[in-house]
Design a protein around this ligand. Structure first.
Ligand code: NAD
Ligand code: TDX
Length: 361
């Protein structure tokens, strides 16, 4: 189905556009897979406030990483289920005008411990979704990652672009790359109306505390010492989750079908060591109040994203862009969120740390 722009006017005399179904003039139906996870939750919340023209259904399996309370009180339909369940996915896609596919197993360390769930959700799940997309010719935006391109040397100043070769290193990134290839093949072979995006490391509210930034914030909040893998010289091109999601919305609106877009906020100069020091400092500790722990096997060294295409073709700009301090504003807001929402993460903390302790991390 094609998007249809229907001009209308607000009571304040300001013109805006509603995206309505051209035949029935009803709300457009959006299916968000993985909408109870970190980025999906933020995407749903952002879409509800900025795009009232969408009626949202969330499909989420509620793995350990999903939390349905993230969506409590929001005007969304919620379906608990597996994106690899073809019968369920067929029904949901049939009833949708647009699908945004976030659902995945996402933690690199977990993929090193047990890769099976990654093959299931990321590869088989994406295949199931693609078959329904093909059947109903539904608009799809697929959320990929920077990790499918592998990593760069710390001394290498190049950045990944849309044409960088695939070179995944971990079971996580290999399964994301597998899913990407399926999406690209379904575009080429079956002309499905899909776009893809590759974003770098996100941070912000609702991120599972197994991940680097919330792990350190919650370590400090629970009087544990922040943990840095290896030397901490690695570089992640950090981006605030809202900037990722504003880019996804823009690609949904104006992206060219069949194309992929790199999303990045130009933070590819900040090492893990600098991030952990900044967290310590923002939380009132000495910048070196962390400890070094065992490194991750096969640790990717540097990610760096060239988002020129997204910026020039679609006019995207990140909001969190303090140039010298990189992530200071976004990190401070994130620290405030975890400080004010202890009930959201505190029940998970002991188990997450026990898992890490088992691998010396
Ligand atoms: P997350 O782990 O916080 O959330 C993933 C969600 O998917 C969870 O709610 C989980 O319950 C759900 N899910 C997992 N398997 C499922 C299945 N089989 N069926 C239905 N639901 C399932 O992940 P996130 O950080 O929000 O990442 C979302 C997407 O963005 C992923 O595709 C990830 O690869 C991609 N991505 C993440 C980052 C990042 O920094 N977090 C960066 C780039 C791309
Ligand atoms: O305690 C820690 N200490 C530490 O130094 C943890 C948990 C991580 N790290 C390091 C490892 C990485 O270099 O911090 C960096 C970030 O680690 P993660 O938060 O686990 O993220 P990463 O492995 O880079 O992958 C993330 O970004 C790309 C997401 O988890 C992926 O889903 C996304 O595709």
């Amino acid at each position: 189905m094609e998007f249809y722009k229907y001009a209308t006017s607000s009571p304040w005399g300001v013109s805006f556009f509603c995206r309505l179904d051209p035949v029935s003039l009803t709300l457009m139906k959006m299916l968000v897979t993985g909408g109870a996870g970190f980025i999906g939750t933020n995407f749903v919340r952002r879409t509800l406030t900025t795009r009232p023209e969408y009626e949202i259904t969330v499909l989420d399996k509620l793995t350990y990483a999903g939390n349905s309370s993230n969506l409590t009180g929001l005007d969304v339909h919620f379906v608990q289920g597996d994106v690899a369940d073809r019968e369920l996915v067929d029904k949901l896609v049939k009833a949708s005008d647009v699908v945004v596919h976030f659902a995945a197993e996402t933690h690199v360390d977990a993929s090193l411990r047990d890769p099976a769930a990654f093959v299931h959700s990321n590869v088989v799940g994406t295949f199931a979704l693609l078959e329904a997309i093909r059947k109903y010719d539904t608009r799809l935006h697929y959320i990929s990652t920077d990790e499918v391109f592998g990593d760069l040397e710390l001394t290498d100043s190049r950045r990944f672009t849309e044409t960088s070769p695939y070179n995944p290193s971990s079971p996580y990134s290999a399964t994301k790359a597998g899913a990407d290839h399926l999406v690209r093949a379904w575009i080429r072979s079956f002309n499905i109306p899909a776009t893809l995006s590759h974003c770098s490391n996100n941070y912000g509210p609702y991120q599972h505390i197994e991940k680097f930034i919330p792990r350190q914030i919650t370590n400090i909040l629970t009087h544990r010492t922040p943990k840095l893998y290896g030397t901490g010289a690695q570089i992640r091109d950090w981006i605030h989750v809202d900037d990722h999601n504003s880019a996804v919305q823009l690609i949904l609106d104006n992206g060219t079908i069949g194309e992929s877009y790199i999303i990045g906020a130009d933070n590819d100069h900040i090492t893990n060591k600098q991030v952990i020091s900044l967290i310590c400092e923002l939380m009132g500790l000495s910048p070196d109040a962390y400890e070094h722990v065992s490194d991750r096997p096969g640790h990717d060294q540097r990610y760096a994203m060239d988002s020129t295409k997204l910026r020039t073709e679609l006019g995207w700009q990140p909001h969190f862009t303090d140039t010298n301090t990189g992530m200071r504003t976004g990190l401070a807001e994130t620290i405030t969120w975890y400080t004010e929402n202890r009930a959201w993460w505190e029940p998970l903390k002991a188990q997450v740390e026990a898992n890490y302790a088992a691998t010396g991390q």
